[in-house]
Write a protein that binds this ligand. Structure first.
Ligand code: ADP
Ligand code: 5GP
Length: 216
């Protein structure tokens, strides 16, 4: 029975082709819900970009360290993206769940699939689409964080990523940013109010109602 009334943390996975705006949307959600949502900081073998911070945006590690972590089974999921490896540790997810926190993941479709397989209904998967492929390309070029050949690689991966939308639970089009953010916020709210996560409240009310019932 105790599992029935336990209120587990929500695992909110946000994926999109690179440039569709998931990082922007995730940052907004994190700043609005800083007390309840924590960001899952992934491990990656890619190099740090300007403005990024080790331990905040990613844990930046070398290939050898990543290999060891894979061999020790430390990852809840990991995948190769743009020729680099990215992964989420099981320990970090478990810690957040134990604290009853909700966890936000900015990971690709391969990771989304693994999180869903591992955590089932605790995971809610949101896929963000750009309004058009031309706009995606424009945003990637405007962002100017990558070398031109890297942008080509990201566009190729974007085409691949788009093909995997169908196993996600929710689809958002990020055309107007504030509308897309309202969408993400609503999904988070709805998922957080799922009945599986609200047993505690209902059971407490039932207990109180029963305690107050007078026998004739
Ligand atoms: P991702 O994390 O999916 O790669 P980002 O959040 O980095 O994407 O967004 C890519 C670029 O597009 C950034 O420069 C960001 O400021 C911009 N951007 C995000 N959402 C919108 C939007 N709705 N309209 C216009 N530009 C946007
Ligand atoms: P970037 O290099 O632009 O930060 O991220 C590239 C891609 O890797 C994005 O699609 C991002 O969602 C994905 N990614 C980041 N961290 C992880 C992770 O831990 N696991 C998986 N599977 N993908 C990740």
């Amino acid at each position: 029975m105790s599992e029935m009334i336990h209120q587990p943390g929500l695992l909110l996975v946000v994926s999109s082709p690179s440039g569709a705006g998931k990082t922007t949307l995730c940052h907004r959600l994190l700043s609005e819900f800083r007390d309840t949502v924590i960001f899952s900081v992934s491990y990656t073998t890619r190099t740090m970009r300007k403005g990024e911070e080790d331990g905040v945006d990613y844990h930046f590690v070398d290939d050898e360290t990543f290999d060891k972590m894979v061999a020790r089974g430390e990852f809840a999921e990991w995948a190769e993206v743009h020729g680099r490896r990215y992964g989420t540790t099981g320990a970090a997810v478990q810690r957040a769940l134990d604290e009853g926190r909700d966890v936000l993941f900015d990971i690709d479709y391969q990771g989304g699939r693994q999180i869903k397989a591992r955590f089932g209904p605790l995971a809610v998967l949101v896929f963000v689409l750009p309004p058009s492929f031309e706009e995606l390309e424009r945003r990637l070029r405007l962002r100017a964080t990558d070398a031109p050949e890297m942008i080509e690689q990201r566009l190729a991966k974007a085409r691949e990523e788009l093909e995997h939308y169908a196993f996600y639970d929710f689809l958002l089009v990020n055309d107007n940013l504030s509308e897309a953010y309202d969408g993400l916020r609503s999904i988070y709210f709805a998922a957080a109010h799922r009945i599986q996560r609200r047993y505690e409240r209902a059971e407490a009310l039932i207990r109180a109602a029963r305690a107050g019932t007078r026998k004739p």
